[in-house]
Design a binder for this molecule. Sequence first.
Ligand SMILES: C=C(O[C@@H]1C=C(C(=O)O)C=C[C@H]1O)C(=O)O
Length: 95
Amino acid sequence: MTTIQEVRAEIEEIDREMIELIHRRVGLAEKVLESKQKEGMQINDTGQNHVVLDRAVDSATERNLDTSSVKEIFEILIRMNIERQHELSGEGNLP
Ligand SMILES: C=C(O[C@@H]1C=C(C(=O)O)C=C[C@H]1O)C(=O)O
């Protein structure tokens, strides 16, 4: 039988992986901003936000996860990326 310590070690490993993935995702803000500045695009792209959220909700549905919770997580991830792009463009935390 698995001990609580073993399960917690597995959770810790997953948490570390998630932090690394969040770091990678936020890290892409620089490349995205560069392309947007070249193309004259706005930082917040509501159409793309929908694409990302719909994709996350579909994946969550396939795995029988609570879709509204998964959507909240992805809304936070999108916000973090947008905030990072604003920081990098020297605008601070504008909406
Ligand atoms: C990363 C982008 O910039 C913003 C952040 C997004 C995201 O974190 O997925 C999606 C759309 C944009 O509002 C992008 O346009 O792809």
